[in-house]
Design a binder for this molecule. Structure first.
Ligand SMILES: O=C(O)c1ccccc1N[C@@H]1O[C@H](COP(=O)(O)O)[C@@H](O)[C@H]1O
Length: 219
């Protein structure tokens, strides 16, 4: 992804399962919504459910499909049913695998100890974006955990989608400190596991706006 001078941090709200979640995300100004096609997740949806939810999406809001080491046939069958704009690969998929569906795609990198971000960035040069998430052994993502934001090289920040443990309470600080292209949240806007809260979604979007003000206020 090319670096941009960021005026406004882009936001994806992930793991939506109900029409009311879509309404909260859209009315609060989210840029993208994520549908989790990972059966082990408490936010998992079927292609049929996601197709129905996509019907509630207005123009200019990106529909993202999240997969974790899914079989190519599963992804293709999902794409036949759901009008996804962007694929998010959250497992150990290779760049060649991610590129084979002819769609725009982003690659999630979990911040394992010792991960070489410069090397990963080169390896996934064909991606439309890199998302950084916390690493928790044995879990694919959506852990609600933060990682040490100081591990992100500042020169990479303008092209990074920051994820992992973001909440209405910490997103402004995250934006001010990291200055990413975008942020992605799931657990931090839930009232209970897998159940989004409209109030927390609104509060998160307000936090993003505060962060954007702070990122443009000279020190
Ligand atoms: O949301 C999930 O259940 C999920 C499952 C498997 C892989 C990724 C998942 N979600 C993504 O994880 C990050 C961080 O989520 P959180 O805010 O810490 O809960 C985010 O990119 C989600 O899209």
């Amino acid at each position: 992804m090319k670096s941009h001078h960021i005026i406004r941090t882009r936001v994806k709200i992930c793991g939506l399962t109900r029409e009311s979640d879509i309404a909260a995300a859209v009315t609060s100004g989210a840029d993208a919504v994520g549908f989790v096609f990972h059966p082990a997740s408490p936010r998992a949806v079927t292609p049929e459910q996601a197709a129905e939810l996509c019907r509630a999406l207005p123009p200019f809001v990106t529909a993202v499909g999240l997969f974790v080491d899914a079989a190519a046939e599963t992804i293709e069958a999902t794409l036949d049913q759901v009008p996804l704009d962007l694929l998010q690969f959250h497992g150990d998929e290779s760049p060649e695998f991610c590129a084979r569906f002819g769609r725009r795609w982003i690659k999630a990198l979990r911040m394992r100890p010792g991960v070489d971000l410069a090397a990963e960035r080169e390896r996934f040069a064909g991606a439309d974006g890199l998302l950084l998430d916390a690493y928790e052994p044995g879990r694919a993502g959506g852990t609600g955990q933060c990682f040490d934001w100081d591990r992100i090289p500042p020169e990479m920040a303008p092209e990074i989608l920051l994820a992992g443990g973001l909440t209405p309470a910490n997103v402004a600080e995250a934006i001010e400190r990291v200055r990413p292209y975008g942020v992605d949240v799931s657990g931090g806007v839930e009232a209970a596991k897998g159940v989004k809260s409209p109030e927390l979604i609104f509060a998160f979007m307000q936090g993003v706006r505060h962060g954007d003000q702070r990122r443009h206020t000279p020190g």
